[in-house]
Design a protein around this ligand. Structure first.
Ligand SMILES: [Zn+2]
Length: 84
């Protein structure tokens, strides 16, 4: 289920609800005061919750993630005379 972020106009507090996608977001109640005078902000995926091991796989792999950084290091070009 996705997380939905709301702002309560009544007590001026941000709060987050874990809701099914088919719920009416206009009817959501503030978790602090119970008011329905809330504003839907935006949603974030529940998969981003910390502690999920696969969350790290969603960032791009860079050279810093490789155990041996020299693997991708290309030697500088040399003139042919340096080999003789
Ligand atoms: Zn409230």
């Amino acid at each position: 289920m996705p997380l939905y972020e709301y702002f309560c106009e009544n007590c001026q507090v941000d709060f987050t609800l874990l809701q099914s996608t088919d719920i009416d977001k206009e009817e959501s109640e503030c978790s602090e005061c119970g008011s329905k005078n809330t504003r839907y902000k935006f949603s974030s995926f529940s998969a981003k919750i910390q502690g999920k091991p696969y969350a790290d796989l969603q960032k791009p792999v860079t050279v810093d993630d490789l155990p041996n950084k020299n693997v991708l290091r290309i030697p500088p070009a040399r003139h042919i005379s340096e080999y003789q």
